[in-house]
Design a protein around this ligand. Structure first.
Ligand SMILES: Cc1ncc(COP(=O)(O)O)c(C=O)c1O
Length: 434
């Protein structure tokens, strides 16, 4: 195992990591996975409590997803999607259209590429509509939409953004409806509506030069699982309609059942103009993202002039293996009635988590669907790393964001496994040096 850690330090540049810190805190070597468990080369098991950066839905090495990919491997692994098509991409597009109520699906690889696609499509739509000056973007304070240059422009996490500020295009951030920021005595709903009023004030002045508002519906993940009231989404939809600005729902993290409905927007009965999907779309197996949009947007690109079309591409757009994994995921949702089953599971998990919620260091305990999060008081410097290491000692893979601890386990996690996770968090919270 030491040999692997030396080789990883020598050859791999790890994501979102100051590499020097790996000297003191080496990455976890993983040889296999099984259900919600990550297994190291010595056979020690760690519960994948954050679903491998929020991508895994139905466990590692899921037999049904494995079988779909294996079947596709015997047919064709990849063909370019410009000038060719194939059954998996067509079938997936049809099913996603039914689920989202949005017509055509455009594919990318990771979440950030979906954000880029949605931003470009929105601005291009307005250009095709003869309103090229509508090319500005609005996002929420503390929002996160990915790390590529366009996506980072609408992201608002200083640690990720500030260094690259000279490379980024200006965008505007409006107040976040994060319920933790409500005034004393103010309800989450009242605060959400107060933030929506700030959005309206901005739109009233700048709609003529604004293409779209991009938001993470209901949960701002990278902000530390900041949750907000659906009233914000409903009001944002009304305002975007009134001021003729697109609503881009970045459901990259919250889509595919995470918040308790297939898509978070459903909880506000909102249909966005664009929806960005990734992460759970393949159950955590293969990189794939998709942007779906309305027939109205699609029609604005349709015509004789080539430049009126959306001339964006990635080599692996619509990869058949990834599409088959995604189709297998949708089959599991359907056949196992996953959304309903998760509702029952979440009730069990909530009772398991009650002791954590009651811990004296826990503030703003929050829960939505299959996400649980809380903030920790009196944290020492390096809290996140300390907690992560201590949780590993308790067989749990958890990575706090700042002083926020969260878990969003694979949907195949059992109540007993969740109990183990809660116990691990309680041990960490009561540890004198965390
Ligand atoms: C809401 C949201 N949008 C976009 C992204 C970027 O996705 P990726 O890391 O696959 O590029 C993420 C990743 O965490 C995300 O949470």
């Amino acid at each position: 195992m030491d040999d692997l850690l030396n080789r990883t330090r020598a050859a791999v540049w790890h994501p979102c990591t100051q590499m020097k810190q790996l000297e003191a805190a080496p990455p976890l070597a993983i040889a296999r996975g099984e259900g919600p468990w990550l297994i190291d080369p010595d056979g020690r098991r760690y519960l994948d409590a954050i679903s491998s950066w929020w991508v895994n839905l139905f466990g590692h090495c899921n037999p049904r997803i494995n079988a779909a990919i294996t079947d596709q491997l015997g047919k064709i692994e990849h063909v370019m999607l410009a000038g060719a098509t194939h059954e998996p991409v067509v079938a997936l597009s049809e099913r996603l259209a039914k689920l989202t109520g949005l017509g055509h699906a455009f594919y990318g690889s990771d979440g950030a590429s979906a954000t880029e696609i949605a931003l470009k499509m929105s601005a291009h739509y307005w250009r095709n509509a003869g309103r090229a000056e509508k090319n500005g973007f609005i996002s929420l304070k503390n929002g996160y939409h990915g790390e590529t240059v366009g996506a980072l422009s609408v992201t608002d996490i200083p640690l990720f953004k500030d260094t690259y500020a000279p490379l980024l295009r200006h965008s505007v951030q409006v107040p976040t409806p994060d319920a933790r920021l409500a005034a004393p005595g103010e309800s989450a709903e009242a605060y959400a509506l107060r933030c929506a009023a700030a959005l309206e004030a901005h739109l009233a002045e700048h709609a003529a030069t604004t293409a779209a508002l991009i938001i993470e519906p209901l949960v701002q993940g990278a902000a530390g699982m900041a949750m907000y009231h659906p009233a914000y989404l409903s009001r944002a939809r009304e305002l975007c309609d009134r001021y003729q600005v697109h609503l881009i729902a970045d459901e990259i993290a919250v889509g595919f059942g995470r918040t308790g409905t297939m898509f978070a927007c459903e909880q506000a009965a909102v249909r966005p103009d664009f929806i960005c999907l990734s992460k759970g779309i393949t159950g955590g197996y293969l990189p794939l993202s998709a942007v779906l949009t309305t027939d109205d947007v699609y029609a604005a690109f349709y015509g004789d002039a080539t430049a009126r079309g959306f001339l964006h591409s990635h080599s692996y757009t619509g990869n058949p293996l990834a599409c088959r994994a995604a189709l297998a995921v949708l089959d599991i949702f359907e056949h196992d009635n996953v959304i309903a089953a998760n509702r029952v599971k979440a009730i069990d998990f909530a009772s398991v988590m009650a002791e954590v919620a009651a811990h004296s260091r826990v503030r703003h305990f929050r829960h939505l669907g299959m996400i649980w999060a809380f903030d920790v008081t009196d944290t020492p410097p390096g809290f996140s790393t300390r907690f992560h290491r201590a949780a590993l000692a308790q067989d749990a893979f958890i990575r706090p964001i700042g002083n926020t601890v969260y878990v969003m386990p694979p949907y195949v996690t059992s109540a007993d496994e969740m109990r183990g996770l809660a116990d691990a968090m309680l041990v960490c919270l009561s540890s004198p040096d965390i």
